[in-house]
Design a protein around this ligand. Structure first.
Ligand code: PMP
Length: 774
């Protein structure tokens, strides 16, 4: 049944417009407002009457609005107060501000001084007078340029921001145009004559009930204009808003409903391609001012469809009841019905994606993704981890979630050092990229602050006082190598037997882990981590080839070598031997740095070493690509004598902001203490699972750089796969792949120890004792 009473929603919607004629309007203008005019032209309006007052030459003088008799004057007061509030917040927003009625009592903040009551047989109307704003009204949305669409988005956001702090009791009303109340238009659907349109409206309302209604309470809410359409905005020649009029649809609603009505109006009659292109331009403009929340973007399509549905339902109902001239009332319905059809045809996930929302990949896409990865990235790329590769959708802290919604404890990824998606870091990146991203050819404070912060972490008296910014661990090591060869004039390099230091042409030779042939390049010699004389032997090997050493490079936790235990004494011997041969010492902190060892910020500190060059990467930006080299001034000077250094992205403000946020979190969350405690507890829990004759041979490591030696490579792989089945992610490392690589984000705490411990115990229980594999 169509509603027969008006209970439950705004009564004006079911009331007829006022019926002032031109003479009456001219009389009120002159008599009440002192505004003489020669003519008054009706501008057409749904709930009230709006007239343009003209002089004898038909030039506009002022705009008069005469309210509906069903309108509560408190609502008109809210409109006046809202406009005054918004103008205070954003004085350059082009808002229609009512004129004060001459000669009335009350100060300038009294909203009643902006209206004059006019009593008619049908009730009391209120007259308000406005200055004429520049621009033309009722523009055709299809005429708006791309720049104008972006500007519409910006202005929409500015209006929302200007109203953010405003409230008035009258805003708590049920405006049917506000999609918040879409469900209330259900009974009006029967008034839609065209069965095709009726079906579209029903489907849009069904979807609204299903996904928007439950999410509604968590959407940002405030007082919104509610009807910022081409009918209620004046525009300049380029189509940009020059005037916002008609605050008559204001209500307290979700902020994003403003965009639903703007899009509903601007998308007009665009085909699928131009619809989304246009929507994205408007949303881009909006987000230049106010970034949208993920849920707001996710629901944009549904909100747009609901606004379109509500438009069709209300206008059909009003036309049916003769509340408005039928043709005028339903003039938009065919167009907005086509918008609903386009959205429904596309599917809601795809709509959300095209609106710019992040939509989780569909599990069904896993195999096609693997094939597309192989097709586009080829055979040299490292294979996917796990027989059944993970398709991840999101991650927070130490937990990752796959496309099926399954959660995994991340005990593998060291890059999200302070935890996946840490808000301090994501916010720093987002904020800085909105504000400024440039390069080190210009002064900006962030990279300089970061350099000072990094230098302050270096050991006192080390002279490590100069920072070079790059973009990855590989680049950091590559630059370190260039510095070393430049300073020493030598060409030889030393690294541990199964090290990995990066991908560049200079560093791949220092990365035995990635050599296909088990043979060192001519200029490189490797040393065994279990040998005090390792470096000395490697130097001899180089000397035998007539090669002088430029540098020795060491990952202070020896990840790729399988986390072998190295004592400070042994490391000290290595460093002394290298120095005696004229080599520089490069501490590669890409793995062991940023507090991973718990007791020390840098892993070389645990080994008691003072390097010549320090390289950092991976955890430095918590996933944002950034790297750095820290060295002594004389090393930098020798390099400066030969060349000039500049890396486009190196030290850009966004990367620097990310890296500063990581350092801040390490300090504020006492990450190193937490890491030390978690690491100790985790090693102890794993050690308890090492039974005589069982798969676990030993547990090593410092902080949360943990290696678990197992009997053989295949067993290590089975444990890794078994842990994945139980929701825990780890890796394997070491020359023969016999070491479980446990290297979680440093958000890992003692609370997660039993999760990993239980999963490991359960996995081990499924492995038969060695020798009984069949
Ligand atoms: N050094 C070490 C010790 C590493 O483990 C790695 C990467 N695994 C690198 C350098 C290279 O870092 P990236 O992959 O970021 O270039």
């Amino acid at each position: 049944m169509p509603p027969t009473s008006t209970t439950g929603f705004d009564p004006v919607l079911a009331a007829a417009r006022p019926t002032f004629d031109e003479a009456a309007v001219l009389g009120i203008a002159a008599g009440t407002f002192g505004q003489a005019a020669a003519a008054a032209r009706d501008l057409g309006s749904e709930r009230d009457q709006t007239f343009m007052l003209l002089d004898a030459a038909s030039r506009p003088l002022a705009v008069m609005k005469l309210s509906n008799a069903a309108e509560d004057p408190a609502t008109l007061d809210m409109e006046a107060l809202a406009v005054l509030h918004a103008r205070r917040v954003d004085p350059t927003l082009p808002l229609a501000v009512p004129r004060r009625v001459p000669g009335v009592d009350g100060d300038a903040s009294d909203p009643a001084t902006f209206r004059a009551a006019v009593t008619r047989p049908d009730g009391v109307h209120h007259a308000r007078l406005y200055d004429v704003l520049p621009g033309r009204g009722r523009s055709d949305p299809m005429d708006l340029s791309d720049a104008a669409l972006v500007a519409w988005g910006e202005t929409t956001a500015r209006l929302g921001r200007a109203l953010r702090g405003f409230f008035h009791p009258s805003a708590q009303r049920t405006m049917l145009w506000d999609v918040q109340h879409a469900a209330l238009t259900r009974p009006m659907v029967r008034s839609i004559g065209d069965p095709g349109q009726r079906a579209l409206v029903e489907r849009a309302l069904d979807r609204f009930d299903e996904v928007v209604t439950p999410a509604w309470p968590s959407l940002r809410a405030q007082v919104v204009h509610g009807d910022l359409t081409t009918d209620n905005a004046l525009v300049d020649e380029a189509g940009r808003i020059t005037g916002i009029v008609d605050f008559g649809d204001m209500s307290h609603s979700a902020l994003v409903t403003e965009l639903a009505s703007v899009l509903d109006s601007l998308l007009d009659d665009r085909g699928p391609h131009d619809l989304f292109r246009t929507a994205r331009l408007v949303l881009d403009g909006y987000q230049r001012v106010t970034p949208l929340e993920p849920l707001e973007l996710r629901l944009m399509g549904e909100l747009l469809a609901a606004r379109a549905a509500v438009t069709i339902a209300i206008s059909s109902w009003r036309a049916e009841r003769g509340l408005e001239e039928a043709a005028f009332a339903v003039r938009y319905n065919d167009k907005v019905a086509r918008t609903i059809a386009t959205l429904l045809d596309m599917g809601w996930d795809e709509v959300a994606r095209r609106m710019g929302a992040q939509v989780a990949p569909r599990p069904a896409e896993r195999s096609t993704l693997a094939a597309r990865r192989a097709a586009t990235m080829g055979p040299a790329l490292e294979p996917l981890t796990y027989d059944d590769p993970l398709l991840l959708a999101s991650a927070q802290g130490v937990w990752m979630t796959d496309a099926d919604g399954r959660r995994y404890l991340d005990a593998y990824n060291n890059v999200p050092c302070v935890g996946h998606g840490h808000p301090r870091v994501t916010e720093a990146i987002a904020r800085q990229s909105r504000q400024l991203n440039t390069n080190l050819r210009y002064l900006h404070e962030t990279a300089i602050d970061l350099a000072e912060r990094l230098i302050a972490t270096m050991p006192a008296g080390s002279g490590l006082d100069t920072v070079f910014y790059v973009n990855s661990g590989s680049e950091a090591n590559d630059l370190a190598w260039r510095l070393a060869t430049t300073v020493t004039g030598a060409t030889g390099g030393l690294c541990t037997a199964h090290a990995y230091h990066g991908i560049s042409a200079a560093i791949a030779p220092l990365s035995p882990e990635s050599w296909r042939a088990d043979e060192a390049p001519a200029t490189v010699a490797t040393w065994a981590p279990d040998d005090d004389a390792g470096v000395s032997n490697a130097l001899q090997a180089l000397a035998a080839r007539g090669i002088r050493p430029a540098a020795a490079i060491l990952d202070g936790v020896l990840t790729s070598d399988g986390y072998p235990d190295v004592t400070p004494d042994r490391a000290g011997t290595w460093l002394a031997d290298a120095r005696a041969a004229g080599a520089l010492w490069i501490a590669d902190e890409v793995q062991g740095g940023h507090g991973r060892t718990g007791g020390w910020m840098w892993s070389f500190q645990r080994l008691g070493l003072v390097p010549d060059i320090v390289t950092i990467g991976k955890p430095m930006g918590n996933g944002h690509p950034v790297g750095a080299v820290i060295t002594r001034r004389e090393v930098a000077q020798a390099f400066a004598d030969e060349t000039v250094f500049f890396s486009t992205f190196g030290g850009n403000p966004v990367s620097a902001a990310a890296a500063i946020a990581v350092l801040d979190v390490i300090r504020d969350e006492r990450v190193m203490e937490r890491t030390a405690a978690a690491g100790t507890a985790l090693r102890a829990a794993i050690a308890e699972l090492a039974t005589p004759g069982g798969p676990i041979v030993g547990v090593r490591g410092h902080g949360l750089a943990i290696g678990v030696e197992v009997t053989d490579g295949p067993t290590a792989t089975r444990i890794k796969e078994g842990l994945r089945d139980r929701g825990v992610l780890i890796g394997t490392c070491g020359r023969d792949g016999t070491v479980l690589k446990i290297r979680p984000p440093l958000a890992f705490t003692t609370a997660e120890v039993p999760v990993l411990g239980d999963a490991l115990a359960a996995t081990l229980a499924t492995l038969r004792p060695a020798g009984q594999l069949r």
